[in-house]
Design a protein around this ligand. Structure first.
Ligand SMILES: Nc1ncnc2c1ncn2[C@@H]1O[C@H](COP(=O)(O)OP(=O)(O)OP(=O)(O)O)[C@@H](O)[C@H]1O
Ligand SMILES: [Mg+2]
Length: 480
């Protein structure tokens, strides 16, 4: 939080002039107000770091202004100038939340000393805020990434390896696989801890706005550009910039990003100054950038620049071992969030969750668990609480369909045996017929130890039909 913008309010022109000159010489940006009302307007419309206010001004006095500043809930630091060395005024100003006071006439040395003090205080306050936030985040990140599958262990290893360096990272994975979570983990385990982590979603912002968001703009650079604005690159200085959904970045902005990465400096829109930036880039996408490069929608040079260290997050259906831990984690978190009493997942619920295809990945699992917690009053969540997951709607994927079929069949078998309500015996066949008739019949037969009577019963088809199907679908029968 560097000290940058200062407001000086005094009805005496000579004071305004002297202070403005002295402060500008030190490189501060200074605005002047000739009375209290004017000062209040400026405070409302701008973001000052420090306001030096005369205590006695026509309209609104400095003390009243001080109250208004507190009402605005701003953390603007205020220094009050009093004409007489009156202790009473000084005490009153401090009581109302002034940061300090000075008495007129003053020496410019006094101003220097105050400015230095304010700058130091802001610096420390800034460090404390960042550290607090980051300790919190770091703590949470380490607790928050769940899963011990081989795929996730590879991810943890890579995070560990790249922690000390500043290499650019490209995280790829389907929607909901945890790309942002990993991006944060990279930052909070890096040497940039304590510096900003700035995220920008390139897909969510219209092109024109995206450019000024990234690179910043000078006052009046384009219609609607009010004050000078820092871009995300500048905000992330010394920290990490997370470029989310980088695959959606327009081509001309890709060229600009590449330039920033090469030169390590940005130029604000409408500006001509090159501002050096030291930023670590972590980019993420759920699209295939290689494919986009092939389609000429993504610059090849930028792709190579970003993809120094790739991290790929496997879809959840390819790391099913993580599902129980994730489900239990979301369960206890949801219960706590909703102040519900603790709940437990039954084995058959876990089995169903493990077998489902999860097209929306971890986010979908999180939402399913939340929904089940909301809808069920029971301390035990069974497969029936995840009824919406039953249809096997996944696109055939080698291996995964067999697995989910297996769980479905097991569930059926158990519900038939236990007489669980809500699951009709005969609906399973029709449900998955088109996609999965052959593997289904084969699996059921196998599970029923090739007993056709039992299999037909489970499938809900008549024994003769089953025999016909076995021959039609050329299912090889084995002995039970
Ligand atoms: N391994 C994990 N452990 C715990 N929570 C996870 C894990 N992976 C993802 N999540 C949770 O799942 C949700 C989605 O994760 P995140 O937003 O990081 O995914 P994403 O890949 O960025 O998705 P999108 O492409 O849709 O932006 C978040 O609530 C996140 O906390
Ligand atoms: Mg994301």
């Amino acid at each position: 939080m560097p000290l940058n913008r200062i407001l000086v309010a005094d009805d005496e022109e000579s004071i305004r002039w002297v202070l403005s000159k002295a402060l500008k010489q030190k490189g501060f940006s200074v605005d002047l107000a000739h009375d209290g009302r004017h000062a209040l307007e400026l405070i409302k419309d701008n973001c000052y770091d420090l306001a030096i206010l005369d205590i006695k001004m026509p309209g609104i006095t400095g003390l009243e202004l001080l109250d208004k500043v507190r009402e605005l809930n701003s953390d603007l630091l205020v220094v009050i100038m009093t004409a007489e060395a009156s202790m009473k005024n000084a005490v009153e100003a401090m009581k109302r939340g002034a940061y300090d006071y000075i008495t007129k006439p003053f020496d410019l040395d006094v101003i220097d000393a105050i400015i230095e003090k304010v700058a130091r205080a802001r610096d420390i306050a800034g460090q404390v805020t960042t550290l607090k936030q980051e300790l919190k985040d770091r703590y949470q990140v380490e607790k928050n990434i769940v899963g011990n599958s081989a795929a996730m262990q590879e991810v943890y290893k890579t995070i560990g390896k790249v922690a000390v360096s500043d290499v650019t990272i490209l995280i790829q994975g389907e929607s909901g696989t945890g790309k942002e979570l990993v991006a944060r983990a990279v930052h909070f385990n890096s040497g940039r801890l304590g510096k900003p982590f700035i995220a920008i979603n390139c897909a969510a912002i219209p092109r024109d706005l995206l450019e000024s968001e990234l690179f910043g703009s000078e006052k009046g650079a384009f219609t609607g550009a009010g004050e000078r604005k820092q871009g995300k690159f500048e905000q992330a200085n010394h920290g990490t910039l997370f470029l989310d959904e980088i695959g959606d970045m327009p081509l001309d902005l890709q060229a600009k990003i590449l330039r920033v990465l090469q030169e390590q400096e940005v130029t604000r829109i409408g500006g001509n100054q090159n501002i050096p930036v030291d930023v670590r880039i972590v980019a993420a996408t759920n699209q295939s950038l290689v494919e986009k490069v092939r389609q000429k929608e993504f610059r090849e040079d930028l792709y190579y620049r970003l993809n120094v260290v790739p991290i790929t997050l496997a879809p959840l259906r390819e790391r099913r071992d993580d599902i129980p831990a994730l489900a239990n984690y979301f369960l206890s978190r949801s219960c706590a969030e909703m102040s519900a009493s603790p709940k437990r997942l039954t084995d058959d619920a876990l089995e169903l969750l493990k077998s489902y295809s999860w097209p929306g990945n971890v986010r979908e699992l999180e939402n399913s668990v939340k929904r089940a917690v909301i809808l069920s009053n029971d301390p035990l969540l069974t497969s029936l609480d995840f009824g919406g997951l039953l249809p096997v709607s996944e696109t055939p994927q080698s291996g995964s369909q067999e697995t989910s079929l297996e769980a479905l069949v097991d569930l059926k078998l158990r519900s038939c045996m236990n007489g669980i309500e809500g699951l009709d015996k005969g609906d399973i066949h029709a449900m998955v017929l088109e996609q999965v008739e052959r593997p289904l019949i084969r699996l059921v037969l196998e599970k029923c130890r090739w007993n056709q009577v039992k299999a037909a019963d489970i499938l809900g088809i008549n024994r003769n039909t089953l025999r016909k199907k076995i021959s039609e679908l050329q299912i090889e029968m084995k002995r039970g």
